[in-house]
Design a protein. Structure first.
Length: 648
């Protein structure tokens, strides 16, 4: 401390500092104290503690706070001063979380495994994510009530007008400056959640809580935080980065929040992206993806499920009794690398974190292997490219069920609801055993790996009848053109066309005529404007008209423009669900108890009688017959596949 004072006194004698005292521009002097403070972020952990994928029932080096914790240890050791924060989405989102919510429960005195793991790490503060509300307010309180660190949230308001949690906090900390002197600083922390929680968890929050716009809440509370003496303010913003004009009520408001005076650091999240970096943010004005800034302020987004640790290194200087951020750097540090498409872990697991959840992990393993429901029909994908199929229909049915529920209080509730889904495991490069194959009987959570392999989220788009027809035309590009006048075998499937782009749309009926040229090429460009493969497209028994309006349930990949589908270019989205598609499917199964996904031939191929159209599938297809079309085994095909003829 004394070294600093002497320098200060010397500085005062120069007269320059006197000018600063008189209110002229402030200067930081060479001898003024400099504190290097490292602030760390975890975000969107979603009850991912172990490096384990419960859906596949297999180890996974890309997830888990046990791994991130090792990064925390290293990051702390590298820094003189550090603080650790969490940005929310803690208690829901993995089968370990569902095990606690649906099976083990949160009785008095129980500690939630996510919290137990975090309690080993000495967090300074956390905030709420939208998923904290998924199981209701009582569960939220029971789960997070055992945290050994405080939580703040400024924009959830209870019925009595007060905030659900403290909106902000001042953390008194002592830091060591570069000269070895100690300083007491007040670190202000404020938290925010997407205001959309009142729609997403309406059933839990109606009459209990409302939300306020993130920027409005910041404008209300940050001045108080400064008045209370905060030297530096860290915003725990469980909200992502998006451009565009501010309209109020933004789900992803971090960029607008950066404009609020008094906030020094912004921890972002919710989108499950990585920042700095992240091509998603490359062209947004005000965002610097290289430096990791939002309107010039340091910001990070630490991926999801523990994939990254967010690091903001601040250099604080004190001039005229005010601490300021002089310089900074930002980083998102991963727990693994991808080398030649292989996952290479960069860190080992932290033993104390593993120990904190071992019992619940074992419980969750039992849970994912147990039946959560039953299917009364086989769910397989052996004929998913040539016939209507239960492995696609269960996804379509679950999406429609989920979307119908979430749209029931919106202007879209009376529009006809369709649902688009595609085969994911359909042989191809995956080999002759790369198919979904679930026998009638119990369905376990680990079967989800067989039903829905991508971590997509649910979306709904609003499209016209014409767009539905073109969407299906784009899908129908999976078929080679069949020559009706040719004898001999003709291969039906275009192997270059990814199966996941063969969308089936449930809710309408149609036929596909492969004797026509494909209207679209593999990239979604119209190449044969006069060709039409989709025939007899009907809804409720009546032809679909071009100007009819539909809602189509789909996933974030398709709705955002993945595959370049007509009607799905990112502009038609009317609903962005917070949940993974496979969580929606799982809840659908749990709620229905018994499912019977209907492969009823709602679409079928129209193949001329004289044509020998062939396709290949796995050897285990022999046990099944497809819906709405005939198949007949012709013999072996290369690489272990079996060749079939398909006919009407
Ligand atoms: Mn999340
Ligand atoms: Mg979230």
């Amino acid at each position: 401390m004394s070294g600093t004072l002497i320098t200060r006194r010397r500085a005062l004698q120069t007269g320059v500092a006197a000018a600063a005292v008189a209110g002229l521009p402030k200067f930081a002097f060479a001898g003024d104290p400099v504190i290097k403070l490292r602030v760390l972020e975890t975000t969107d952990l979603h009850v991912n503690v172990m490096p384990y994928d419960y859906y596949r029932d297999a180890a996974d080096d890309t997830v888990g706070l046990a791994r991130t914790a090792t990064l925390v240890k290293t990051a702390r050791a590298e820094a003189k001063n550090s603080m650790l924060f969490d940005n929310g989405d803690l208690i829901q989102g993995s089968p370990l979380g569902d095990f606690v919510a649906y099976r083990r429960g949160m009785k008095n005195g129980d500690v939630h495994p996510m919290v137990a793991a975090m309690n080993t790490l000495n967090y300074d503060c956390g905030t709420l994510g939208n998923h904290e509300f998924n199981y209701g307010l009582e569960y939220l309180q029971n789960s997070l009530g055992t945290a050994k660190f405080p939580l703040v949230c400024a924009n959830v308001i209870k019925a009595d007008g007060s905030t659900l949690l403290k909106p902000w906090l001042i953390l008194d900390r002592e830091f060591v400056d570069e000269a070895g002197a100690k300083h007491k600083l007040k670190i202000g922390v404020i938290g925010f959640v997407p205001p959309q929680i009142v729609q997403w968890d309406k059933a839990h929050l109606d009459n209990k809580a409302t939300t306020v716009d993130i920027v409005d809440a910041a404008n209300k509370h940050v001045p108080d935080l400064k008045k209370a003496g905060a030297d530096i303010v860290v915003a725990l913003c469980h909200s992502g980065i998006a451009g565009g004009e501010r309209k109020g009520g933004e789900e992803n408001a971090a960029l607008h929040l950066a404009k609020v005076e008094g906030i020094d650091v912004i921890f972002t999240g919710h989108q499950h992206f990585v920042f700095p970096g992240g091509k998603e943010f490359a062209n947004i004005p005000g965002v610097d993806v290289e430096k990791g800034t939002l309107h010039g302020k340091p910001a990070v987004m630490a991926g999801f499920w523990g994939s990254h640790l967010g690091i903001v290194d601040l250099e604080l200087t004190k001039a005229s009794d005010t601490w300021k951020v002089a310089t900074f750097r930002t980083e998102a540090r991963p727990i693994y690398d991808r080398v030649d498409r292989k996952i290479v872990p960069k860190v080992e697991s932290e033993a104390a974190v593993i120990a904190a959840v071992q019992g619940d992990h074992d419980g969750a393993l039992k849970y994912v292997r147990e039946a959560v429901g039953t299917t009364s029909v086989p769910i397989h994908s052996y004929f998913s490219l040539v016939a209507d199929d239960a492995s696609v229909k269960i996804v379509a049915e679950a999406q429609a069920w989920y979307v119908a529920d979430l749209l029931k209080n919106t202007p879209y509730k009376d529009l006809p609801l369709l649902s688009a889904a595609a085969p994911f495991k359909a042989g191809g490069r995956g080999g002759p055993n790369y198919f979904t194959d679930i026998k009638p009987g119990p369905l376990a959570i680990k079967d989800m790996a067989d039903i829905y392999i991508y971590p997509n989220t649910v979306r709904a788009v609003k499209v016209t009848g014409a767009q539905v027809r073109e969407w299906l035309e784009r899908s129908a590009g999976v078929f080679n053109q069949i020559d009706a006048s040719k004898s001999g075998e003709q291969d039906l499937i275009n192997q270059k066309f990814p199966a996941y782009n063969f969308d089936v749309i449930a809710g309408v009926q149609y036929k596909i005529d492969p004797t026509q040229a494909s209207r679209y090429d593999d990239n979604g460009k119209v190449i044969a404007p006069d060709a039409h493969r989709i025939k007899d497209l009907t809804y409720n028994g009546k032809p679909v008209t071009d100007d009819q309006v539909f809602i189509v349930a789909t996933n974030n990949y398709r709705a955002g423009g993945g595959g370049n589908f007509p009607g799905a270019d990112g502009k038609t989205i009317v609903f962005e669900a917070p949940d993974l598609t496979r969580d929606a499917i799982m809840r659908f199964i749990i709620e229905r108890k018994t499912v019977a996904p209907k492969a009823d031939g709602s679409w079928s191929l129209a193949i001329p009688a004289n044509v020998t159209a062939t396709f290949t599938t796995g050897p285990n297809a022999a046990a099944y017959q497809p819906a709405g079309i005939k198949v007949e085994k012709l013999g072996d095909a290369p690489e272990g596949f079996i060749k079939y003829r398909v006919s009407n």
